[in-house]
Design a protein around this ligand. Structure first.
Ligand SMILES: [Fe+2]
Length: 127
């Protein structure tokens, strides 16, 4: 089964955690500020798809990942991640950076980008 990035967020304080293995029961979950944390769904916010979904280009044994998004102080891509069956790589970005990241090329991975206003976006890497 392909590995997915599982993120949970507290809607009260904004805390966000990455889950290694999620609980499978229906009635419990991680608690923050006294309430269950919400699982963040990718590509689910009503925002410009083309400005958030990461794109990539293979350059020999590397993957150049680009997000066509502004990198302003109040609206930017916080991080880009590459998830494979045996690895999670993440590069954190700052306002003013370019939203470009280099990862080692691996086939069949999944790219994620996280916008501070519009949440999580993902793109499967085709071989
Ligand atoms: Fe955004």
């Amino acid at each position: 089964m392909k590995r997915e990035l599982i993120l949970k967020k507290c809607d009260h304080c904004g805390a966000m955690v990455e889950v290694m293995q999620d609980c499978q029961c229906a009635d419990c979950g991680l608690i923050c500020c006294g309430k269950p944390m919400r699982t963040i769904q990718s590509n689910s916010v009503d925002a410009a798809f083309e400005k958030h979904v990461p794109t990539y280009r293979r350059i020999e044994n590397q993957l150049l990942v680009t997000v066509n998004h502004v990198m302003d102080e109040d609206h930017y891509i916080e991080w880009v991640a590459l998830v494979t069956d045996n690895r999670v790589g993440k590069k954190f970005l700052q306002p003013g950076n370019s939203a470009e990241v280099l990862f080692p090329y691996v086939p069949n991975g999944t790219l994620y980008a996280y916008c501070n206003k519009h949440g999580l976006w993902k793109k499967e890497i085709e071989q």
